[in-house]
Ligand binder design. Structure first.
Ligand code: NIG
Ligand code: FE
Length: 411
């Protein structure tokens, strides 16, 4: 099956040389081809170039993209879209003055969602989560990472991971799974955190490994949740089972979690709302991707990741949604890109690099998605008629996407 996109006003994020990710000053560069064609064959990008060099192609479905642009679908490397119910009540509590931490300390927050998830059947959880997956696909996400972490018991964590596996089998979007058993300390282990960590390591991890239920291991390294020591314990155990570290760090406090991530060669360190000079320094010249979650900052009214300072230090940056019921009930990557430009003062070029190729890297998918390159999966966004790609973040809150193609097929 062939599809030829012709007369594309601008083909965005064209990479002819393979890149792992882009960092520092290079993030300002977004390679494009104006007045381009793009050929998709059997779900993969097979050719592209300037219209002047478009070869005659037979038996292809032709799509005329005059006035429109094509870019790689968004790569959302951090979500928690498998959950049950919602936390609208806590949203109103926060409007009325309670903080996210105060709500968590009263037994709300993650424990609230965990209770609901434990009571929800696997089938119901799948049905609820499927709706959100379809929603983000429509919004232009073509690859997504999904975490467990709202189970907090052996059974419920496995239930979440099995739902992720089923989503992966049934939808054309690329999915990576993360085991985040250490997301919060469940109430029955309130005075025995070590006991909970040992349950995760000695009982849950072996099953995850046998059933191949996860690619990554994650932990919420934060005051009131898990310490740096706990983080090292969990990351080391995960690595023994072949899971690659990816951690929640520096959301509210800088307690040394970034250093632990680097020490255990984490693929990414995520959140980073609070970053010291030492945190930035330690990430230099590593292969660990810093991931910012600006819609979480927006929803909780907490600081934004200091992206300008990090990019000036030569670091790369990825953008992700953090879609979850508590801190970010939205998986709209168009909003994430716009908010990063508006609030973190990064340019449209930097934001698009962060939400495509760098997001792909943060999921270990940089050879499959995240750029317009021959052989990559044809996960594409066809825009409406727009004057420039900068119009996508500029027109924040509006959708400039006309069509989404995953594996070359319009969804
Ligand atoms: O990434 N910070 C930790 N975990 C999630 C939020 C969890 C929740 O509130 O349900 C996050 O923001
Ligand atoms: Fe998160």
């Amino acid at each position: 099956m062939k599809t030829l996109f012709k007369n594309i006003k601008e083909l965005i994020q064209v990479r002819t040389e393979p890149v792992l990710f882009v960092a520092g000053n290079d993030m300002k560069t977004l390679p494009t081809i104006k007045n381009a064609y793009l050929l998709v064959e059997n779900g993969l990008i097979s050719d592209f170039g300037s219209m002047a060099n478009c070869p005659p192609i037979s038996n292809a479905k032709i799509i005329d993209a005059s006035g429109k642009m094509i870019l790689p679908a968004w790569c959302d490397s951090h979500t928690h879209i498998v959950y049950a119910g919602n936390r609208e009540g806590e949203f109103v509590d926060r409007i009325n003055g309670l903080s996210y931490e105060e709500i968590a300390n009263r037994g709300g927050g993650i424990l609230n969602t965990a209770k609901k998830l434990q009571e929800t059947s696997e089938e119901d959880l799948y049905q609820q989560s499927k709706v959100r997956l379809k929603e983000i696909m429509q919004l232009g996400t073509g690859a997504v990472e999904i975490k467990s972490g709202y189970g907090l018991t052996l059974e419920a964590e496995l239930k979440m991971l099995r739902v992720i596996k089923r989503l992966k089998e049934n939808f054309p979007i690329e999915i990576k799974a993360t085991f985040l058993g250490a997301h919060a300390i469940p109430s029955n282990f309130k005075n025995n955190k070590q006991g909970y960590l040992e349950l995760l390591v000695n009982e849950v991890l072996p099953i995850i490994s046998t059933e191949k239920l996860a690619d990554f291991i994650d932990i919420f390294c934060e005051k009131g949740y898990f310490t740096v020591e706990d983080t090292e314990y969990i990351l080391a155990a995960g690595k023994q089972y072949g899971l690659i570290p990816k951690i929640h760090v520096n959301q509210f406090n800088s307690i040394g979690g970034v250093q632990a991530g680097v020490k255990y060669q984490a693929l990414s360190v995520d959140h980073l709302e609070v970053m010291t000079n030492e945190d930035i320094e330690i990430l230099k010249a590593t292969l660990t991707m810093p991931v910012a979650l600006p819609s979480c900052s927006y929803f909780l009214s907490i600081p934004y990741t200091p992206a300008r300072k990090m990019i000036a230090a030569g670091l790369p940056l990825a953008l992700a949604s953090d879609y979850n019921p508590g801190s970010t009930p939205s998986g709209n990557m168009n909003f994430v890109v716009a908010t990063a430009c508006i609030k973190m003062k990064i340019t449209p070029e930097e934001a698009i690099n962060a939400a495509t190729i760098n997001g792909a890297y943060a999921m270990g998918l940089e050879h499959e998605v995240g750029s317009i390159s021959k052989g990559k999966i044809a996960n594409l966004l066809l825009t409406k008629t727009i004057p420039s790609y900068g119009f996508i973040p500029y027109s924040f809150g509006n959708s400039q996407i006309e069509k989404v193609f995953l594996k070359g097929i319009e969804i």
